[in-house]
Design a protein around this ligand. Structure first.
Ligand SMILES: [Zn+2]
Length: 137
């Protein structure tokens, strides 16, 4: 099995497009409202575009109108890791893929969305691949 955490930047550059590399490996952010999954309601599972690990499901995706795909929970807590991010003069919680340590987006809490967790995992579309398949409710 590949240990994705050991892959060097040079190898990631070969595996990813420049746009994917910028967001996944350099913690960039895609512009709002342009990502392919922003408003997607297709049933399925979202995997990490860098390593293929399953991260989020359509059953936890909700309409946040923030411009990025939003989930109120990951597929499982151990699929992601959270880090405090103090870049850009803000204190935010960064979300990374637990399997390959690639940047996915940020998580915000207490915004008042009508969801079971009041969390918003704000994830870049470019970090995900959607596989259409039935999801257990
Ligand atoms: Zn990954």
């Amino acid at each position: 099995m590949t240990d994705f955490k050991l892959i060097a930047d040079e190898e990631w550059k070969k595996r990813l497009t420049p746009e994917e590399f910028y967001v996944l490996r350099q913690a960039g952010t895609e512009p709002p409202h342009v990502g392919e999954y922003t408003n997607t309601t297709t049933e399925g599972v979202y995997s990490c575009r860098a390593c293929g690990a399953e991260l989020f499901r359509s059953t936890e995706k909700f309409e946040s109108h923030c411009g990025w795909p939003s989930f109120f929970s990951p597929l499982a807590g151990d699929k992601i890791v959270e880090h405090t991010d103090t870049s850009h003069g803000m204190v935010r919680t960064e979300v990374r893929c637990a399997n390959c340590n690639s940047h996915l987006g940020h998580v915000f809490e207490g915004e008042g969305y009508d969801t079971p967790t009041d969390l918003r995992y704000c994830i870049n579309s470019i970090c995900l691949n959607l596989e259409e398949k039935p999801v257990e409710k």
